[in-house]
Design a protein around this ligand. Structure first.
Ligand code: ATP
Ligand code: MG
Length: 182
């Protein structure tokens, strides 16, 4: 319930333009490693996250809180929608001034015709069965990606798995302060 309220507040803030983005120079490889350690499913679960980075050192100007929202939500979805376990592949790469975060699972997949609605608040795909959720995670991710001038793409096949790719510029053009209250 607390998580749900936090998510609703966050979406509300983003809708009225009050979600701030404060990019700082971030050691992205270390940030991802720490996150994977933190989220690593317990030894009793049959999930595994493998993290592979194209490079050992990668610094970028990103908002730590927003990046955390993006990656925690994507990784937890990958685990949650793989009820039979399996490996979640997390790949960090960069090219042409952009960082890419790829998260691929071997889970239930998403029906093709539903892909375009995934980023709307409260939307859940028709094949979720009894897996719980509120449908806010991806809506928050989309706002956090937009605020950092990035893109998000998804490919999926029902019964095979899903891949999300978030691309963010290494350096944002300006520091965003979306607070119109004064
Ligand atoms: N990795 C995935 N595999 C299969 N379906 C997914 C995956 N990620 C998202 N989905 C589908 O997209 C929908 C929206 O995802 P989103 O994260 O916004 O909401 P949720 O997981 O249902 O709830 P929560 O608000 O707790 O995150 C999900 O309900 C599910 O149908
Ligand atoms: Mg979710």
């Amino acid at each position: 319930m607390t998580q749900l309220l936090d998510d609703v507040m966050l979406i509300g803030k983003a809708e009225v333009g009050k979600l701030d983005c404060h990019p700082i120079a971030l050691d992205v490889v270390q940030f991802c490693r720490d996150l994977v350690d933190e989220l690593h499913p317990s030894s009793i679960s049959n999930h595994h996250i493998t993290f592979v980075s194209q490079t050992n050192i990668l610094y970028a100007y990103l908002d730590e809180k927003l990046l955390r929202h993006i990656l925690v939500n994507l990784l937890s979805n990958a685990i949650k929608y793989s009820p039979n376990g399996g490996t979640v592949n997390f790949h960090l790469g960069y090219q042409n001034g952009e960082i890419s975060f790829q998260i691929q699972d071997q889970g239930i997949g998403i029906p093709t015709i539903e892909l375009e609605r995934l980023f709307s608040s409260f939307y859940r795909a028709s094949n979720v069965g009894n897996i719980s959720g509120t449908g806010l995670g991806l809506a928050i991710i989309k706002k956090a990606v937009d605020l950092q001038q990035g893109k998000i793409a998804v490919e999926s096949e029902v019964g095979v798995g899903t891949r999300f790719v978030v691309s963010l510029p290494l350096q944002q053009e300006k520091i965003y302060e979306q607070d119109f209250s004064h």
